[in-house]
Write a protein that binds this ligand. Structure first.
Ligand code: NI
Length: 168
């Protein structure tokens, strides 16, 4: 999936920007939104994505960077979460550029009892974020928030440009 660090960063940066847009659109009240009482709240999902950098990348690969700490309680405000994601992601990208080369991608690390290449770690980081971000956009709708477009315009963005979402 990623043959070089440059290739990863080219794919990752728009994904991280998409997640940042989602986080920047959360409100403090919306953090409590949940599907049912025994499922993660919107705030917990946002914090889970933010602290996954620490858990998955810093915690398992040896990359050293300033990361929002896995296991810390969910912050009370949406801004704290959005700022923590921004800082952590920027720090991780800088560290990848400084500490890894293309050869690092083929190195293996013990991940949850299996040996994964660093390339696989990055692929899982990628798909894991897409998975939870999609859950978040549903909760955002339920909380009455605007949803930013990710791979194309969202419903309200279609309306804003005078169009309509496709009927498929
Ligand atoms: Ni997860």
């Amino acid at each position: 999936m990623f043959a070089s660090i440059d290739e990863f960063l080219r794919e990752w940066q728009p994904e991280a920007e998409g997640t940042q847009k989602v986080l920047d659109n959360l409100t403090d009240a919306s953090l409590a939104q949940q599907v049912t009482a025994d499922h993660r709240t919107l705030g917990r999902l946002a914090w889970h994505l933010t602290t996954t950098f620490d858990e998955m990348v810093a915690g398992h690969t040896g990359l050293q960077f300033e990361a929002a700490k896995f296991g810390e309680p969910v912050p009370a405000t949406a801004k704290e979460i959005a700022d923590a994601y921004r800082r952590t992601n920027e720090s991780m990208i800088g560290a990848i550029r400084d500490q890894w080369t293309d050869e690092t991608l083929t190195e293996e690390r013990d991940m949850y009892g299996e040996m994964w290449t660093i390339e696989t770690v990055l692929k899982v980081l990628f798909t894991h974020q897409i998975h939870h971000r999609a859950q978040m956009t549903v909760l955002m709708r339920q909380a009455g928030l605007k949803v930013p477009g990710l791979y194309g315009p969202s419903k309200e963005e279609w309306t804003a440009i005078g169009g309509q979402p496709p009927k498929i």
